[in-house]
Design a binder for this molecule. Structure first.
Ligand code: SF4
Ligand code: SF4
Length: 139
């Protein structure tokens, strides 16, 4: 992970109508959940974007824009960027089921030379209910 200089978290546009995304940023700051593999002392910048709404097509446009600016303004290349699908996209969570367009989103971002990872913030409540019931809601 030494070569990663920038993390972009792609978040669900619908979920973010209610969620600020703070807990994703905090999980990154504390190197928890889907970000646990980054060294704490590493100087890595963080950006969160949303998919733009179903079907998620705007993800590619936003990612392309970020990569263009990163190269131009910070000298950071696409292969130094990690794209994390937020937990509310790639897995069932307190906010609901996983994204029905997840495969499409993965195909879109695969057109760019970024490293992709699943998961961002993972709450203890969601994890324990998933472990217990196979879904997040109480039985
Ligand atoms: S993973 Fe959680 S904190 Fe991050 S955007 Fe989704 S709902 Fe918000
Ligand atoms: S495409 Fe998926 S991630 Fe985007 S708003 Fe729709 S459900 Fe959420």
């Amino acid at each position: 992970m030494d070569d990663i200089k920038y993390v972009i978290t792609l978040q669900c546009h619908i979920v973010k109508e209610r969620c600020s995304g703070y807990l994703c940023e905090e999980a990154f700051h504390l190197r928890q959940g889907g970000f646990a593999h980054y060294p704490k002392e590493a100087d890595i910048r963080f950006l969160s974007i949303t998919c733009g709404g179903c079907c998620g097509r705007a993800s590619l446009r936003k990612l392309s824009n970020a990569l263009k600016l990163l190269k131009k303004r910070a000298g950071i290349e696409a292969d130094q960027v990690a794209l994390h699908f937020s937990s509310c996209i790639c897995r069932e969570s307190f906010h609901g089921p996983k994204c029905p367009h997840y495969d499409y989103l993965k195909e879109l971002v695969s057109r760019k030379n970024v490293k992709c990872f699943e998961g961002s913030r993972i709450s203890n409540t969601t994890q324990s209910r998933l472990d217990e019931n196979g879904h997040w809601s109480k039985e």
